[in-house]
Design a protein around this ligand. Structure first.
Ligand SMILES: Cc1ncc(COP(=O)(O)O)c(C=O)c1O
Length: 378
């Protein structure tokens, strides 16, 4: 039997006040489409300085409805990184468009603008930028490419709420931006997502699509569009409002944890590549902490390392596997993405959550050092 995990990869951080906020909603008369929804949307819109915000059941639904509202569909190509979570590519396929996987820059792990340029064809409609692990992508360069080719730039900011490009929050610089509130994110609503945009018509289409196609002008029983149920319940919104009220202290705490890890790894595991602690183009919103192992630790050796760490009660993950190599994307498996291939073979996500203690960081780094040395001397 494997030993229980003592230091998990991630862990939600819910205060008593947040529990109370959710319970208050449960005792109220409105569990969906009520005042908390509006309050949550306004609070996020104000935080990221967006004109419009539409809360939805997940980040994935935000990406999908955003693309649909832009009229992207069959025959269109959307450029997207392969080094990301599969949901980004899935959203493109939900609207029957074709994902075109493009390589990333080795330092930031974000889309490489030069590779984006090379991937543009007469069918390209949009570039889906992902702010990977909360590091702001090169929005300036990508925006310029999008403008030159009359493409829509859309932001998958699911991992990056509070990240900044220059002095603007990420998510508001494309046609739309989407955040996720899955429990491993800096703030959570259990499940949940939210789309922001400066475009009133786009916001109202997304809102209608997420609410069974009922537009602002429709009566209760009228539905202008074939929509979905992607609504976010009032309980989740209440949790989101309370979590958002402390986002700055959460982001500061996570940046401190990243610094602590970096200092520890430098001393204990100098052969491990540490991610950049500061963004050259803005502010990182630390989603997770993902150093890279030396080349000698790829493949089965990394799997063994993860198993040995788990046996010590420490959960680590290989993060992300290239999407173009996954079964639903089998026909893209021959894409030549050398940086994605190299990076994804060496990443190791370490435990990272608000309540992580210095002592635990020390234990993770000591264990990593011991496990790496036991594997090299085997
Ligand atoms: C880059 C990226 N895109 C999309 C998503 C999907 O978000 P959700 O899980 O809320 O659907 C995630 C979620 O983790 C993500 O990391």
């Amino acid at each position: 039997m494997s030993s229980p995990i003592r230091i998990p990869l991630s862990q939600p951080d819910i205060t008593d006040a947040e529990v109370t906020a959710v319970v208050q909603v449960l005792r109220s008369a409105r569990l969906s489409l009520g005042p908390k929804l509006e309050e949550f949307e306004s609070a996020i819109a104000e935080y990221v300085q967006a004109e419009h915000a539409v809360a939805l059941s997940s980040g994935t639904s935000g990406l999908c409805l955003g693309l649909q509202a832009l009229g992207i569909g069959e025959g269109d190509e959307v450029i997207v990184p392969s080094f990301t979570f599969i949901a980004a590519a899935n959203a493109i396929r939900y609207v029957r468009a074709t994902p075109v996987f493009v390589d990333i820059r080795p330092l930031t792990l974000n889309l490489d603008p030069e590779a984006v340029r090379r991937a543009i064809t007469p069918r390209t409609r949009a570039i889906m930028v992902v702010h990977t692990f909360g590091y702001p992508a090169d929005l300036g360069e990508l925006r310029q490419i999008a403008d030159e080719h009359h493409l829509d730039l859309v932001e998958d900011a699911c991992e990056a709420l509070g990240g900044e490009y220059g002095d603007r929050k990420v998510g508001v610089l494309g046609k739309f931006g989407v955040f996720s509130f899955y429990p491993n994110k800096p703030i959570t609503t259990g499940e949940g997502g939210l789309l922001v945009t400066q475009d009133a018509a786009l916001a109202s289409t997304v809102r209608a699509l997420g609410n069974q196609g009922r537009s602002d002008q429709d009566n209760w029983n009228e539905h202008s569009l074939t929509g979905y149920n992607h609504r976010l319940p009032e309980m989740s919104c209440a949790l989101g409002i309370a979590q958002l009220s402390r986002i700055e202290s959460i982001l500061a705490r996570r940046a401190d944890l990243a610094r602590e890890y970096a200092e520890c790894l430098k001393v204990l595991c100098p052969e491990v590549e540490i991610p950049p602690l500061h963004a050259s183009n803005g502010r990182i919103s630390w989603f997770c902490f993902v150093p890279r192992l030396p080349v000698s630790f790829t493949g089965s050796l990394r799997d063994m390392l993860i198993q040995k760490m788990a046996a010590l009660g420490i959960q680590c993950r290989a993060y992300f596997s290239p999407v173009h190599r996954m079964r639903p994307y089998a026909r893209y498996a021959s894409c030549d993405l050398p940086v994605t291939t190299d990076v994804s073979s060496r990443t190791l996500a370490l435990p990272f959550f608000n309540q992580l203690q210095s002592q635990q960081i020390l234990e993770v780094c000591h264990s990593l050092r011991d496990v790496m040395s036991s594997l090299t001397t085997q």
